[in-house]
Design a protein around this ligand. Structure first.
Ligand SMILES: *Cc1c(COP(=O)(O)O)cnc(C)c1O
Length: 379
């Protein structure tokens, strides 16, 4: 990985927009012609930068986005993103005015939420969430009486109906049957709505795993998040369509200082690193306040420097971490350090780092933010 002088920051997120476009095309192909991609760009596009991600996808013809809250939708509108922006979270009814002003579409989470939104007396674009078994948001899909009552509320303009699958990433017989049951409940409710004279609007139920692991569905949207960013939530399933995705994000920092310690000396907070031999340590300018997990270092955390794997040493600090470069005497101040991504022939995947942190890539990536500039490559 060549050193790019214009990326002078202490640490940065490198976003490969060509990889993003590749993944969007792959997902769109997989969904078929009648089902369109709704790009899930909540949490700053899972840590990739919502504005550059959304702008790139608009160029490719994507005109539906999903966010978690109105503030995230407003960021997109201010950047000139048109089309549909669906707020997936349960927005307080007091924010109805903001939803209306910015032309955001709100998820109706349950009957109480629907009534409170309606009482605001503002015309609001909404999608009705149906609970088909996850038991998070949504009106129970079998409760047609309530669905009908909610549909008759004034001011709410129902433009869509959706649900969310909760075990679609699992391949056990039991979980597959559960997913099948969720799909059936969803389509039964949609069919009832049509029969009862309520236009369900756009219907959608698949997220990344539902798009890639289920056959194409008779839906209008597929809501892709993690797959759009080119990774699986946990270990990449071998030989599957997932392997055709390209990771979008690389996480890099720099060697800012080097020091030589003698065997027996300790380093870092708690002197948690102990030199078993004469040791050369590199100080790297990234830490847990940048979104890395502090638990990464003691769980086998590694970095790439000059294409070589080097182990983290001792406790990660808020803004820095230590790396043992004894076996890489060529390491120099200014070297680019890769925490996620490729350097030469070596690669550290987001899946691998997430596993070492005891989490999924969704959490790992969505925490990267704030302080790390997003440097976009490609397109
Ligand atoms: C976050 C979210 C998604 C995206 O899920 P991925 O697994 O990342 O594709 C889709 N739908 C809803 C309702 C969500 O909350």
């Amino acid at each position: 990985m060549e050193r790019k002088e214009w990326k002078t920051g202490r640490a940065w997120r490198e976003v490969d927009l060509n990889a993003l476009n590749h993944n969007a095309r792959l997902l769109q192909d997989r969904m078929g012609e009648n089902c369109r991609l709704m790009a899930v760009v909540k949490a700053d596009a899972y840590g990739h930068g919502a504005v550059p991600v959304a702008k790139t996808l608009v160029e490719q013809g994507v005109n539906a986005f999903a966010v978690a809250c109105p503030a995230e939708g407003i960021v997109l509108r201010r950047a000139g993103i048109g089309g549909e922006i669906l707020v997936l979270g349960c927005t307080p009814p007091e924010e109805a005015e903001v939803l209306a002003r910015w032309g955001l579409t709100q998820t109706v989470a349950d009957e109480g939420h629907a009534c409170a939104l309606s009482r605001q007396g503002l015309p609001l674009k909404v999608h009705m969430a149906l609970d088909t078994g996850m038991h998070r948001l949504g009106i129970p899909a079998e409760d047609w009486e309530t669905i009908g009552r909610v549909r008759r509320l004034p001011y709410l303009q129902f433009q869509g109906t959706f649900s969310h699958l909760c075990v679609s990433d699992s391949h056990t017989v039991e979980d597959r049957a559960y997913t099948q049951r969720q799909l059936e409940r969803f389509y039964e409710a949609v069919a009832w709505m049509r029969a009862a004279g309520y236009d369900p609007g756009t219907v959608h139920i698949q997220a990344s795993y539902g798009i890639l692991d289920l056959p194409p569905q008779p839906c209008d949207y597929g809501r892709a998040g993690i797959a759009l960013y080119g990774v699986a939530s946990t270990g990449m399933p071998e030989g599957s369509i997932w392997a055709e995705l390209k990771p979008v994000l690389s996480l890099r920092a720099r060697v800012v200082s080097l020091r030589n310690l003698s065997a027996g000396e300790g380093a870092g907070y708690g002197l948690a690193f102990r030199c078993g031999r004469d040791t050369r340590l590199a100080v790297v300018s990234i830490g847990y306040a940048d979104g890395l997990f502090r638990s990464l270092s003691p769980n086998g955390g590694e970095v790439l420097i000059q294409g070589c794997r080097c182990p983290m040493a001792g406790r990660m600090c808020m803004d820095q971490l230590l790396v043992d470069v004894t076996d890489l005497p060529e390491a120099e101040v200014g070297d680019v350090v890769t925490l996620i991504g490729q350097d030469g022939g070596e690669k550290i995947s987001a899946e691998q780092v997430a596993a070492q942190c005891g989490t999924i890539t969704n959490e790992l990536l969505s925490r990267l933010g704030g302080r790390l500039p997003a440097v976009c490559d490609g397109v």
